[in-house]
Design a binder for this molecule. Structure first.
Ligand SMILES: *Cc1c(COP(=O)(O)O)cnc(C)c1O
Length: 370
């Protein structure tokens, strides 16, 4: 299903400006109160304790659910806690099929679930949909993917995965951190659950740690609400507000990220010291291989504008070395087997002027050539 950019611009910009706000505040008030008075037994106003429900968080969760076309959303304290919330639906002895190129933190968490909680994981290459069914066992309960994958930036055919998931009655879970609901809405492609590290593009300013789970279907939403409240992985009211403030400009930012990324891609592809550029066709993320591992250090050192730092999706351009940063917890032999090698560099292209970004990269490559 295609997305509607104009409608999205409007709905994102209007987050939190809602008609039922008691004092008609345009920016959603931050309700810090952890507790709510009840006039008498059985006469609450819908709120009693902030872990269970908070008016500020409700506005955010409603916006998240609508942006992803889900029935309900759950704002969590980080992307990892969003992933943990979803995996709390499963239990010891369950088997999950995931893609080989996943966020390093997810890989580390899956390894922990295998070691300590009796889960089993299989890693599919994300490309051959006809091989996906071969990974499914009697105890398989879910398929978890990221698309595009990170850091290798390959798109996975969600409709194909969804067909197989439905055939085998499996939960289909998509981490939509990299494209965001502005570029892709996995529930429209058949996903049951969407996960976000809202720390990245949704918040957009490298200043709030947050996550989101969006789900479709009553039973699933009720189960997630029960776990969200029972485990307390909820997002604090001030962080909910920061996240809403960021989300208002998501469409604007994503357009600039994408424009800049395409400029940077064209530049890198013209460079003899660059071996290959990996760009999934949309969005603001790209990776590339330098011709030699020894180029990485002088290249990084010579950059001024790109900040050498972990994370992605903020207005400031970041450059990451997955081998020692985001994906350091994946054993080297495993990483190398699928192309996450020591020559690979990942860029989160920010919203600065594209010419300045290119100049900076030119500078870095010149230092290598010396
Ligand atoms: C960062 C990230 C996560 C983890 O999110 P946190 O907010 O750092 O906990 C999960 N998935 C992807 C794709 C990410 O980039």
């Amino acid at each position: 299903m295609s997305h509607h950019p104009f409608e999205q611009d409007t709905t994102f910009a209007q987050i939190g400006n809602h008609k039922t706000e008691p004092l008609k505040a345009v920016s959603t008030p931050i309700y810090l109160s952890t507790s709510y008075r009840h006039e008498k037994i059985g006469h609450g106003n819908g709120y009693d304790y902030t872990r269970t429900g908070n008016p500020t968080r409700d506005v955010l969760e409603d916006a998240m659910a609508r942006s992803e076309h889900g029935d309900r959303a759950f704002a969590t304290s980080s992307g990892m806690s969003a992933i943990q919330l979803v995996f709390s639906l499963l239990a010891a002895g369950d088997h999950i099929v995931t893609c080989r190129d996943v966020y390093g933190g997810s890989y580390r968490y899956f390894a922990m679930l295998e070691e300590k909680q009796g889960f089993q994981f299989s890693y599919w290459n994300g490309q051959d949909a006809d091989k996906l069914a071969d990974y499914i066992q009697d105890n398989t309960k879910a398929i978890f993917i990221e698309t595009p994958t990170n850091p290798l930036m390959t798109n996975i055919d969600m409709a194909a995965v969804s067909r197989i998931a439905k055939e085998h009655n499996l939960l289909f879970i998509v981490d939509n951190t990299v494209y965001t609901p502005f570029l892709q809405q996995p529930i429209n492609e058949g996903a049951d659950i969407v996960i976000h590290s809202a720390t990245k593009y949704l918040a957009g300013h490298n200043d709030v740690l947050a996550g989101a789970v969006v789900a479709k279907g009553n039973k699933l939403c009720e189960e997630l609400a029960y776990i969200h409240n029972s485990t307390g992985s909820t997002l604090a009211p001030f962080d909910c507000w920061l996240l809403m403030r960021g989300m208002k400009t998501l469409p604007l930012r994503m357009r600039q990220h994408e424009y800049n990324a395409k400029c940077v891609k064209a530049f890198l592809e013209s460079q003899p010291l660059v071996n290959q550029v990996l760009y999934p066709g949309k969005g603001g993320m790209l990776s590339f291989y330098l011709n030699d591992e020894t180029y990485v250090e002088p290249f990084l050192k010579a950059l001024n504008l790109f900040t050498f730092a972990e994370s992605l999706g903020g207005v400031e351009s970041l450059i990451t070395y997955p081998a020692t940063q985001t994906h350091a917890d994946i054993p080297e032999a495993v990483r190398h087997s699928y192309g996450l090698t020591n020559e690979l560099i990942r860029l989160s292209v920010g919203i600065e002027h594209a010419d300045d970004l290119i100049l900076d990269l030119e500078h870095g490559l010149a230092a290598v050539a010396k």
